[in-house]
Design a protein around this ligand. Sequence first.
Ligand SMILES: Nc1ncnc2c1ncn2[C@@H]1O[C@H](COP(=O)(O)OP(=O)(O)OP(=O)(O)O)[C@@H](O)[C@H]1O
Ligand SMILES: O=C(O)C1=C[C@@H](O)[C@@H](O)[C@H](O)C1
Ligand SMILES: [Mg+2]
Length: 179
Amino acid sequence: MRNIILIGPMGAGKTTIGRILANRLDWQFHDSDREIEKRTGASIPLIFDIEGEAGFREREHDMLASLTAGQGMVLASGGGAVLRADNRELLRKNGLVVYLYTSVERQFERTQHDTQRPLLQNGDRKATLRRLMDERDPLYRETAHVVLETGGQTPRAMADRILAASRQSGLDADDNQTG
Ligand SMILES: Nc1ncnc2c1ncn2[C@@H]1O[C@H](COP(=O)(O)OP(=O)(O)OP(=O)(O)O)[C@@H](O)[C@H]1O
Ligand SMILES: O=C(O)C1=C[C@@H](O)[C@@H](O)[C@H](O)C1
Ligand SMILES: [Mg+2]
């Protein structure tokens, strides 16, 4: 296994769970959103303000391509990483992709104090989360090797479940290369 890649909507816990998982494995942890901010020297809201979502998606694609060239990492992707077909292919080829499915209700609770997710700052937040889930759930499922429902479990318990899934997966670097 080369990498474990976490996908799913805002508030799924990709960043929180990914960090714990990387610690357990003694692997590097990379968060695509944070790496984009570091490389750009600007926050995600500022990137959206200046370049629009389209500009952010270009930066996100470049970052995913650069990060997935590495091995032995847990990668937390951004919630919209699966929107592009080339990203979906890139992620699936370069690691065990785990979809952290999370209900809209839980996403709503977990993002209530957020100011850093531009797509949630205007309008009815729950309706936005619902719309994004309707659009993206099929894409997350198409991209994932494993789907885990995060339910009411703690981030630590979720990290344990991902570890168990990765041990059962039988995927390794050779499998990834042959598709
Ligand atoms: N399993 C969980 N149980 C309880 N709280 C959680 C769980 N997972 C995440 N959280 C909390 O939900 C919030 C959002 O989590 P996090 O930032 O990890 O989501 P994310 O999937 O990385 O979202 P984004 O796509 O916007 O980056 C955080 O405050 C985190 O502590
Ligand atoms: O779901 C989305 O489209 C996003 C999720 C975040 O991780 C960030 O990548 C950004 O706020 C956009
Ligand atoms: Mg995150």
